[in-house]
Design a protein around this ligand. Structure first.
Ligand code: NDP
Ligand code: ZN
Length: 190
């Protein structure tokens, strides 16, 4: 049997998470984050995994694997069909819900995230919450090279608009977002 088929995870819930980590590392291997140091991109999906599992106590392997894979379709040469074949329809479905349609103009995509956040399934809401928190943490620690304070503020306000539509999903994750949002706003006001 192909070791990447979803059935592998039936008896060992960690199997699908480890396989997703390997897959994401492979697909993002030539990408870098936007911070000054151009950190390896895979640090970002791993940050979501840490936030969800270690800080928020989320143990659902579908959520954890989806978090690791959440940017593979949007940012790499990976299709939802491939994710479905390798990881099954549940994980592919969550990734689909957190993937922007890059054929749309950026402003439309950003408004779409705000408008559709409340209609996501609970698993996708958890991934979305972790994604926004991780990005704000990155912004506070090391903003994208060349971003003005105004652009950073705009990004923070937009992230909060999305998160405000996700409220009531997970208390700890929402508190973690609120904490870093507060830090970001006061850092930028200084
Ligand atoms: P982008 O979508 O271009 O960039 C933000 C994304 O970059 C994040 O969502 C994250 O996505 C990824 N990312 C990679 N590294 C980092 C990092 N170190 N810190 C944070 N995020 C990182 O941003 P926007 O275009 O949305 O810009 C933000 C705001 O600025 C917008 O509201 C827009 O209106 C405004 N703007 C201003 C401009 C100006 O010159 N003043 C020009 C363009 C926009 P992922 O999770 O996918 O990795
Ligand atoms: Zn992301």
């Amino acid at each position: 049997m192909d070791s990447s088929v979803p059935e592998q995870g039936v008896n060992d819930p960690w199997s699908v998470v480890v396989t997703a980590l390997q897959f994401a590392a492979d697909r993002h291997c030539h990408q870098r984050r936007k911070d000054k140091a151009a950190s390896p991109y895979i640090n970002h999906p791993i940050a979501l995994l840490h936030l969800l599992h270690q800080e928020a106590g989320v143990i659902d392997p579908v959520v954890l694997a989806s978090a690791l894979l959440h940017d593979t379709v949007e940012d790499t040469d990976t299709s939802l069909a491939e994710l479905e074949t390798r990881f099954g329809p549940e994980i592919a479905g969550v990734v689909a819900q957190v993937t922007d349609d890059k054929s749309l103009p950026k402003a439309v995509r950003k408004q779409h995230q705000v408008d559709h956040a409340s209609s996501l399934c609970d698993r996708a809401k958890l991934v979305k919450l972790a994604d926004k928190t991780a990005n704000l943490r990155d912004l506070v620690a090391s903003p994208p090279a060349g971003w003005s304070v105004t652009r950073c503020q705009d990004y923070c306000r937009w992230a909060k608009q999305v998160v405000d539509e996700l409220r009531g999903t997970h208390q700890t994750l929402e508190a973690q977002f609120d904490q870093v949002y507060g830090e970001a706003i006061s850092q930028m006001a200084a």
